[in-house]
Structures are given as C-alpha cells and as structure tokens.
Ligand binder design. Sequence first.
Ligand SMILES: Cc1ncc(COP(=O)(O)O)c(C=O)c1O
Length: 327
Amino acid sequence: MIMNVKYRKLSESIYGTGYVWMLEKQFEYYHNHKHHCISVSNATLGIWASLSVLGLNEGDKVIVAPFSFGGTIAGVIQINPTIIFGDFDRISLSLSPESVRELLQKYSGVKAVIDVDFLGLPSRSKEISEICREHNVMYILDCANSFGTLNSGYPSGYFADISIYSLNSQKNLKGGEGGLICTRHKDIYKEIVMTYLHPDRQRKEYPVNNGLNQFSLNLRIHPLAAYMACKNFNKVLKKIDQKQRKILKNFPFLKAYYGDSIPNFNYILVNKKKVEIIQSSRDIEYLQFDLTGYYLPGDPKLLTTDVNIISHVEQRALQNLQILHIV
Ligand SMILES: Cc1ncc(COP(=O)(O)O)c(C=O)c1O
C-alpha cells in the first residue's frame, strides 16, 4: 500500500493540503458538509484543543459523561474547570438528556457538556444538543470509538457543536495515530487553526500577515497517518455498513431496539452467562464484566464537590458488563 504514496502529497501536510486536505474533506463529506474538519495528532489533544478555544475561566463548569476512557476528560482536567458528572442513560450508557437538563437548570456557569459515544454506542446527542442550544452551552462529543455509528440516521458527531474522532490503531478507521476535530462553527474552526496549527497552514487559509500565531503548538497529524486513513475511508465505511446489516439481520430484536441510531458494533455488550446481547438496562444486573481502564464517577481523584454520583447498585451493575470486542 505504501508503494502508492505520492510523496509530494505527503510533504504538503504542514500546509493542510495533500492527504491531510483529502482526509479533512472526507470527514466534511461524512458530516453532510455541515461541519468543518481539522486533522490533529490524536483525539485526546483534539478534545483538549476544542475545549481550550472556548475560553473557559476559573469557576466555569463542564458537565461530563460518567463512563468513558480517561481520554474523554484528560484535556478537561488540564483546563481545570469544575467537573460535574451527569447521570447515564440506560441504553446508550452515555449522558442522559434528563440529567443534562436538570444540571443545567441547577447550576449556572456551565460552559460545555462533554459526552461520549461509549464504545461506539450512539449517545442521545440529538436531544442533548437541543437542550444545550436552549441553554447556550457548547456540546462536545467524543466520537473516538464511533466512526460509522449512526445517530438518528446521521453520522454520530452530526448533532454536536464539536465532535472528535480518533484514528489510533484500535479504532475502525486507522491511521496508526491521529484524530479529527469536526465543528459546525466556522469561527471555532478558525480559532483552532490559528491556535494549534503550523503558521504556514494559518497563512494558507487566512492569508494575512498580521495576526499569524508563530507560537502555535503544531498539533498536526502525521502525513502517513492521514494517508492511511484517507485511503481506507470508503472501505471502512462499507465494511461497517455490511457488519451493521448482518448483525441486525441475525438479531432482529435489535432493529426495534436501536431504531435509526445504530452502533458501529465495534463492541457488543453481552450477557456472558446467557451469551446474549443485552437488550435493556435490566439485563445489566446479571452480567459478568471488565471495564478496566474506564473511569467511573466513584474515582476520588476525579471528584469535585459537584459530582453527581450514580447509585451504588448501578455502579455495581455496570461493573458487571462483559465487553465483547468484535471488530
Ligand atoms: C472514548 C475515547 N476517547 C478518547 C480516546 C483517545 O484517543 P487517542 O488515542 O486518539 O488520543 C480514546 C482512545 O482509545 C477513547 O476510547
């Protein structure tokens, strides 16, 4: 595959042209051209960069999903707002819209809601994005695992103000390393380009001499990562589509269960004893588990006084999930 690389296109990566440009355009196409997309070195930094351009000050609050890989909030911790853990939705296992609404009514000074498509399961992002809009709060969705996931018939990041994808070696769309920041807002796109990308790219996109940021942190993607992801983009989407069709055909009850929000089936949560896919939160209680590496709101390091802790029984139940990796 590497034999097909066009070296000129690789060497253009600093300017955001060549394969980098192609990859970003593919992600824009994936989001129905409603988002502006920027490739970065990984999703963790992508989440941090997205949050940092929102201009959070001390005392500002963010609401975050209660379960995820630590990378969802690693950047949040760097910025150091007050973290409020929302309650989880029993189907998506990410934030419940009801709890987001309740917390936004209860607390002032919330600047962002950070949700995740947990293990590639579709979050309740359509409803949550509407609630956030009502409260004038940014909705950021960690889509690290959810390339190919459909949310109300749209690609998973579609409803978010900012969505972040990962291209690491464990993800569907692999670049070896890398990530994409996708945003509906052209001003946020510009801010990220000017703050975090190479001055040559800044100049290329916004051709002014004054106002260039020579001190950007250069979060750009490696051009070979962009190349790999770019070349595999359509193939991977097709493969996920086939997998979704096959699984829905073999487990017809899932059609009614998921509706038009369909996971990419990177992972399936199964009841180990019965070897069945879980259908409802009631089943969770009977499951075997391993959530190693994922944070739970009970971790004292992550707690603030504002933490909304889910009940002990629910925590125990979630620890009983078996995650079957089926990629
Ligand atoms: C939910 C979630 N968020 C963020 C990340 C971080 O992605 P990256 O490795 O690209 O920084 C991961 C990676 O596994 C993840 O699973």
